[in-house]
Design a protein around this ligand. Structure first.
Ligand code: F6P
Ligand code: MG
Length: 443
C-alpha cells in the first residue's frame, strides 16, 4: 500500500470494521452454534446408536470450539493458527505469524479487518474439518441460505419470465444492449441480499425488497453512485463469442440473477462459455459453493413444479444442460477463500491468474470482491479506481467490472463533492447496501 494508506481495521472504533467484529461476527457465530444445537436434537436414531453417539459427540465438540472462538474474538485475544490438515493451513499460519510485523497487530481488532473476517470463516471450517461426520456440513444452509432462497421465489419467477420474454424476441444490437443493461442491474441489486449483512431479517419476505422487474429498475438506478455501464456494454457487445468469467458471490436470489445474466450472455451469442467461480467451503454466510449451485438447480426445478410454472421448469433444465455441455464451467480455486487481496494474485495463485488472463471479460460480484480489488484500505473516496486497484491494473489483463452494493468502509472513484452529497442524504451510505457501483477497468 502507498505510504499513509492503512488497511481497514477494527481498532478504529468509528468504523464499520469495528461494529462488524464487535457485534456482527459474534452473532454469526452464535447462529452457527444455534444451528448445530438444533441438529443435535434432530439426529435420528436410525443411524444406529454407535454412529449417532460419535456424531453427537463431534457436534458437541464443534459447539464448544465455536463458543471458544467467539469468546476470544470479543475479548480481542490474539488470533490463533489454523490447525487442520488442509493444504491451505500453512499459508494461513504464515500470514498469522507475519501480522504483528506487517500490520502492527495480531489480535481480532488490531489486525486488518479483511484478514480477521476471512479467518473467522476459515476457523469455522476448521472446526468441521476436524470431524469425521460433519466435514461437508454447511452450517449456514439450513437456517439462512435455504430460507432466504424460499423467500425469494417470487422474484426469481419474475426474473425468469423477463428472461424468457427477452429471448423470445429477435434482438438487434440495440435490443440486446438494453436487455444486457437490465440483467447486469439485476445482478448488481441481487447483491443486496448478502446474508452476512442481513443477519436479522425475516427471510420469508426477501422478495419484497428485491429488484426483479424491469419497471422497478429505474427506481434503483438513481442509487448507482459510480456507473460505468455504457463502457461495459460497449465492451461486452463486441466480444462475440469469447469466454466471460463471473466471480460469484452469494447464493439465493443473487445467484439466480447471476445465472440469468450468464444465461443471456450465452443465448445472445456474446459469450461462447461462461466460467462461474465458486467458493471451496461455506464463506461469508451466503457465498456460493458448488453444492449451492447444484442445490439451486434442483430447488428451482422443485419450485417450478410446485407452482406449476413450465417456463421456470424449462429454465432449470436448461441450466443443468449448459453445465453438461460445458458452456457453463464451474470452477473452484483456493484463492477465493484466502484472506489475500487480488493484489497478491500473481504470487498466491499464478495458475488462476493465467486462467483469468485468457478470459475476454471478468465480472466480480459483491462487496468482498470489491474490498479485495482495492486492498480493503482507507482510500479517500475520490481516489481513482485505477490507483486503488494497484498492481491489478497490470497483472489481470482481462477487462473487468465490479458489481457491488456498498457494505464496507471503502468506496473509490467518486467525484469531488459526491461523498458530501451522499452523507447529506444518508449517513450510512457506505455500508447500508442501498447504494451500488458498476465500476470497470480496461473498458
Ligand atoms: O458488512 C457486510 C459484510 O460482512 C462485509 O464485511 C463484507 O464485505 C460483506 O458482508 C460481504 O458482502 P458480499 O456478500 O457482498 O461480498
Ligand atoms: Mg458474500
Amino acid at each position: 500500500l502507498p505510504d499513509g494508506i492503512l488497511p481497514l481495521r477494527g481498532s478504529v472504533t468509528t468504523s464499520f470494521a469495528y461494529t462488524t467484529i464487535k457485534d456482527r461476527m459474534p452473532v454469526i457465530l452464535t447462529k452457527a452454534i444455534d444451528t448445530l444445537t438444533r441438529h443435535l436434537h434432530d439426529l435420528h436414531l436410525d443411524e444406529g446408536p454407535a454412529a449417532q453417539s460419535a456424531k453427537t459427540a463431534e457436534a458437541k465438540e464443534c459447539i464448544s470450539t465455536l463458543s471458544k472462538l467467539k469468546y476470544e474474538m470479543i475479548r480481542d485475544r490474539r488470533v490463533t493458527y489454523v490447525v487442520d490438515n488442509e493444504s491451505d493451513a500453512e499459508t494461513w499460519n504464515f500470514l498469522v505469524d507475519g501480522l504483528k510485523e506487517s500490520w502492527g497487530g495480531d489480535t481480532w481488532f488490531s489486525a486488518p479487518w479483511l484478514f480477521v473476517e476471512c479467518l473467522m470463516y476459515r476457523k469455522i471450517q476448521e472446526v468441521f474439518n476436524k470431524t469425521e461426520n460433519w466435514k461437508n456440513f454447511d452450517v449456514f444452509a439450513p437456517q439462512q441460505k435455504e430460507p432466504a432462497f424460499n423467500g425469494s421465489v417470487k422474484s426469481m419467477i419474475e426474473l425468469s419470465k423477463h428472461l424468457a420474454n427477452v429471448e423470445s424476441k429477435m434482438l438487434e444490437r440495440e435490443g440486446r444492449s438494453l436487455a444486457l443493461r437490465e440483467f447486469i442491474q439485476f445482478s448488481l441489486w441481487g447483491n443486496q441480499t448478502d446474508l452476512s449483512l442481513l443477519i436479522n431479517v425475516n427471510h420469508a419476505d426477501m422478495h419484497k425488497s428485491q429488484a426483479s422487474s424491469a419497471q422497478n429498475l429505474s427506481e434503483f438506478e438513481k442509487n448507482i453512485i459510480v456507473n460505468d455501464m455504457d463502457a461495459v456494454l460497449e465492451k461486452l457487445l463486441n466480444i462475440d463469442g469469447g469466454r466471460i468469467d463471473i466471480v460469484l458471490d452469494n447464493a439465493g436470489f443473487e445467484l439466480v440473477a447471476d445465472l440469468c445474466l450468464a444465461d443471456f450472455l450465452i443465448s445472445s451469442g456474446i459469450a461462447k462459455t461462461v466460467m462461474l467461480h465458486a467458493k471451496k467451503f461455506p464463506w461469508f454466510v451466503s457465498d456460493t459453493t458448488p453444492r449451492d449451485l447444484e442445490w439451486t438447480f434442483a430447488a428451482v426445478e422443485k419450485k417450478a413444479v410446485e407452482v406449476g410454472d413450465e417456463g421456470l421448469k424449462a429454465r432449470a433444465a436448461r441450466w443443468t444442460g449448459l453445465v453438461k455441455e460445458g458452456k457453463w464451467i464451474v470452477k473452484v480455486d483456493d484463492f477465493w477463500t484466502t484472506p489475500y487481496s487480488f493484489w497478491n494474485l500473481p504470487t498466491a495463485a499464478p495458475e488462476l491468474r493465467s486462467s483469468l488472463n485468457e478470459s475476454s471479460f471478468v465480472i466480480y460480484k459483491g462487496d468482498l470482491n470489491y474490498r479485495k480489488l482495492v486492498y480493503d484500505a482507507e482510500w479517500s473516496t475520490t481516489t481513482p479506481f485505477a490507483t486503488a486497484i494497484g498492481p491489478v491494473a497490470e497483472t489481470i489483463k482481462a477487462p473487468f467490472v465490479a458489481l457491488r452494493t456498498c457494505k464496507s468502509d471503502v468506496a473509490v472513484g467518486l467525484k469531488e463533492g459526491q461523498e458530501g452529497d451522499l452523507k447529506g442524504r444518508d449517513s450510512d451510505w457506505m455500508v447500508s447496501g442501498k447504494y451500488g457501483m458498476v465500476q470497470s477497468f480496461g473498458c
